[in-house]
Design a protein around this ligand. Structure first.
Ligand code: NDP
Ligand code: MG
Length: 399
């Protein structure tokens, strides 16, 4: 039995992970779960999966959960709270595998704790890698942790790579293994066919209605601005140890191909299927074996079309910002991620316009681009400073 910790079990990825696990009770044992404050869903997950430990980051919500568990006559689950408790469950000796599915840079320290403890780490939390880059990958190398990508594009790329590269994510030389390019696909989000002027008036509900994927609110907005593809560009650089010049973004509105790898002999290997996160989750949970995920098989005869387009960087300034940040260095990437989290939150709370997100991100990156980031303490300090700055920009642009 694989012993699992799921960080962010009440989120979109967390729930899909439990959906896959539910199909294979003989293979997986849920040892620990975490959430921020979703008490009722966590209560239901506790009743069904009986973890040993649960972390609710918010202490008030931890107390409410503890009393609801007692009322349900469940007294063998240890309920803890606070961010340090996340690190404790992530590195616990009784856990083999950690699903890193907290949203945003809040997932960095617990994910890194799992890496340092040498766990099998299933990485959904792309912001953790974007914000710490080489520091994260060096920790993987040092501990020998097994890193498996959950992001559908990176999981697809991983599946298309030669075995040699799969065994050493982050530090295999892909050119030595015949790879010439990583082709990162993206749907273009809900506004691909909109007039650029109309983007000024986008509402949070419109931005969260992704045409192909059902996801948490933050990543849905990132998909609409294509910052998500930008974060994925940076994520790909680190996960696959490639230069930005060797990654190409390809718009593919149907999201059937989840990404591709081009080889120097002209071959292109693509991974495809229905857009459902249970496929990459099942792949990573069982790697190198294959298990059922609950996803319907892809039907080529009902697929309407199969299109590919170049990217319009005027429509998607955030993607351009992220590619430039990737080329500039860690200070720019950490700053961009922090500013974006603040801006997206402000947009979701209707404090700023959709188009203000890119402006806040750009001003923040320009201010912090030359900051040196060589330790995790540097990451945490820069992340904090950028958030304060970006928050001041939000206040200036509030409407
Ligand atoms: P959700 O918003 O749906 O879920 C986030 C999870 O993290 C919830 O369990 C939430 O708890 C918890 N959480 C929120 N804030 C904090 C915090 N400050 N500290 C600790 N825990 C917190 O996000 P998604 O599942 O959509 O995304 C999770 C990660 O996976 C992101 O990094 C995203 O980029 C990545 N990803 C997601 C995909 C998807 O299809 N959803 C696809 C590819 C990558 P609570 O419920 O209590 O708020
Ligand atoms: Mg993705």
């Amino acid at each position: 039995m694989q012993k699992l910790c799921i960080l962010g079990s009440t989120g979109s990825i967390g729930k899909s992970t439990l959906d896959v696990i539910r199909l294979h009770p003989e293979k997986f044992d849920v040892v620990s779960l975490s959430a921020h404050s979703s008490v009722d869903l966590m209560l239901a997950q506790c009743i069904e999966f009986r973890p040993k430990t649960v972390v609710m980051v918010s202490i008030e919500h931890a107390n409410v959960l503890a009393s609801k568990l007692l009322a349900a006559s469940i007294n063998d689950i240890n309920v803890t709270s606070g961010t340090c408790a996340l690190e404790t469950i992530a590195q616990d000796i009784g856990t083999d595998t950690v699903m890193a599915a907290i949203v945003g840079a809040s997932g960095l320290l617990p994910t890194l704790a799992a890496v340092k403890a040498g766990k099998k780490v299933l990485l959904a939390n792309k912001e953790a890698l974007v914000t710490s880059g080489a520091i994260f990958i060096d920790a993987v190398k040092q501990s020998g942790a097994q890193l498996l990508p959950i992001d559908s594009e990176h999981n697809a790329i991983f599946q298309c790579l030669p075995l040699n590269a799969q065994q050493q994510p982050g530090y295999c030389d892909l050119a030595d293994n015949g790879v010439s390019k990583i082709l990162l696909t993206g749907s273009g989000g809900p506004f691909r066919t909109w007039d650029n002027q109309a983007l000024e008036h986008v509402t949070p509900a419109q931005a969260c209605a992704h045409p192909n994927w059902d996801m948490g609110r933050k990543i849905s907005v990132d998909s609409a601005t294509m910052m998500n593809k930008g974060l994925e560009f940076i994520e790909a650089k680190w996960l696959f140890n490639v230069d930005p010049e060797d990654i190409q973004v390809v718009l593919h509105p149907q999201s059937t191909i989840h990404s591709m790898v081009q080889y120097k002999d002209g071959s292109v290997i693509a991974q495809m299927g229905n857009p459902d996160m249970r496929t990459p989750i099942a792949h990573a949970l069982s790697f190198p074996q294959r298990i059922e995920s609950g996803v319907a098989p892809f039907d080529f005869f009902t697929a309407k079309s199969f299109e590919f387009q170049d990217v319009d960087y005027i429509k998607y300034p955030n993607l351009k910002l992220a590619i430039d940040a990737c080329k500039s260095g860690q200070g720019a990437c950490t700053a961009l991620n922090a500013a974006n989290e603040v801006a997206v939150d402000a947009f979701l709370n209707e404090k700023i316009k959709f188009t203000d997100i890119a402006k806040i991100n750009e001003t923040s990156v320009n201010k912090f681009v030359s900051e040196k980031v060589t330790s995790i303490e540097d990451v945490v300090a820069l992340d904090r400073n950028v958030r304060i700055f970006a928050q001041s920009l939000v206040s200036e642009s509030e409407h």
